[in-house]
Design a protein around this ligand. Structure first.
Ligand SMILES: Nc1ncnc2c1ncn2[C@@H]1O[C@H](COP(=O)(O)OP(=O)(O)OP(=O)(O)O)[C@@H](O)[C@H]1O
Ligand SMILES: Nc1ncnc2c1ncn2[C@@H]1O[C@H](COP(=O)(O)OP(=O)(O)OP(=O)(O)O)[C@@H](O)[C@H]1O
Ligand SMILES: [Mg+2]
Ligand SMILES: [Mg+2]
Lengths: 258, 258
């Protein structure tokens, strides 16, 4: 089982879009995929129309110790694609769990319990909120690898140093093998002059880690969630479906799951 | 002095872009404008090339009580446009100040001290991070009004109920006169089918509060910050400059400052 944190504290760069569609592409290739919604906005859960009612098993009740992952995990309309959803209660997590002993390890423990009770997946993708608070820290501690969605815009590199610094500290104190498996460039459009400057910079910093192809801007990606569909159900022959399918091939290869 | 919180917990909807360019437009109309950077990513500060070195006066040291607003406020290259910048240290605020007595009122107190020491501005725009944590709460407590940037996308309305609910609680317990002064639609493009459905819904929920014109997608808005310029310096005759200028007229009118 390979656990990936899909994280970038910059807002609106395509984290949720990458989780939903990369997850779907990996499932289509025959892998068993679990998506985990760690964002209190619950956008990943909403885009699969799987928001649990308040009090029902969710990532929020999981971190609070009331349910195990086996209670939270649900199937989606796609074969081999599962989701551990959340609801808006999760927005209380930062304050509620900040005094808990081992507060950054709650999610890792839940995965361990799930695995020893027979839970299994080839790949886990955790959708993170646009911040580096307790929920994102839980993801970084539970993760084997980090997938960094970025948008080729001016701010893209500003936050990178801070994120890499946080990763360093997590690596040193809580999760030594944590590494970056890839940088996924989304919302890409060739015409933007700015994109090329930023891409040169990304290549300089990350080299081979920059995954190809880039995910091109495609309005169907923004439309699909309103129909509770992934791009493979909503517009299977679109450029966006091609992009995510090719990225899934590359990622599966890098994870040694091809 | 009218204090506005520019807030939406959805990431990447144009909060920072609105603060920088609306602020610049209001200053061009003769108003004295203070921009406040409450986002630990410090993007507003970066886009004016005004990120204070660690330990220098910043929003972080202000909330920690080491400096007053008079020490933090700096001028920008534009006349009548000032900024209270921050640096990345602010990302520690959520945990560091969460045990402080009256933790949500730290910023309001700082404004009160600044005013009684002679600080003045016609309009204050506070750029909020993409979350509803302690920093955003400080903005909601210090604010007279809320300006809601939204993107005409599927997720736009999902988070609204939660934000309005948080505003309700702030209004009841800490800041009774708080209201929504306007909804600012950004990253708008006519061709997107999805936009029209969402706009109908926004109009139903917010009616007259939806500000016109919408800010059209324009790559120059994304390029300007990399030159530490607002749209009025970078591309003064662009559609984007027109959009923000017209919005500034409308906002000044609604604030009774025209
Ligand atoms: N390649 C793309 N083409 C067109 N629209 C896209 C693309 N990728 C993402 N989007 C749209 O851009 C918006 C932001 O994407 P998304 O919500 O996935 O970002 P995020 O990083 O998860 O945001 P947040 O920081 O709020 O969690 C959404 O409306 C999404 O549908
Ligand atoms: N009207 C527009 N046309 C083109 N690009 C835009 C427009 N408005 C914003 N952008 C770009 O979209 C990206 C997101 O905008 P911005 O950073 O202002 O959003 P934000 O809500 O402040 O994000 P965060 O949630 O991370 O604070 C930036 O690259 C910005 O330059
Ligand atoms: Mg998201
Ligand atoms: Mg911002």
């Amino acid at each position: 089982m390979k656990v990936l944190a899909v994280i970038n504290q910059k807002g609106g760069v395509g984290k949720t879009t990458a989780c939903a569609n990369l997850g779907a592409a990996l499932a289509l290739k025959g892998l068993r995929v679990l998506l985990v919604d760690l964002d209190p906005q619950a956008h990943l859960s909403i885009s699969f129309d799987q928001v649990p009612p308040v009090g029902d098993p969710s990532i929020y009740t999981l971190l609070g110790g009331r349910h195990g992952l086996v209670d939270v995990v649900r199937s989606t309309s796609a074969e081999r694609l599962f989701i551990a959803p959340t609801n808006l209660d999760l927005s209380g997590a930062e304050t509620e769990f900040s005094a808990e002993i081992g507060r950054e390890t709650l999610l890792r423990d839940a995965f361990d319990d799930w695995k020893s009770a027979g839970g299994e997946a080839d790949v886990v993708l955790m959708d993170c909120p646009p911040s580096l608070g307790l929920l994102s820290l839980n993801a970084l501690v539970a993760a084997d690898h980090v997938l960094l969605p970025v948008q080729a815009e001016f701010y893209a590199l500003q936050g990178m140093a801070q994120l890499l610094d946080v990763m360093d500290r997590v690596r040193r104190r809580l999760n030594p093998p944590l590494d970056v498996i890839g940088v996924l460039v989304g919302l890409y459009s060739k015409q933007r002059r700015l994109s090329h400057e930023v891409l040169d910079e990304l290549n300089r910093h990350f080299g081979d880690l920059v995954l190809h192809p880039f995910v091109r801007v495609n309005v169907r990606l923004a439309e699909a969630p309103s129909h509770a569909q992934t791009i493979f159900e909503y517009s299977p022959r679109s450029g966006a479906a091609e992009d995510f399918s090719a990225l899934a091939d590359l990622l599966a290869d890098r994870l040694g799951l091809a």
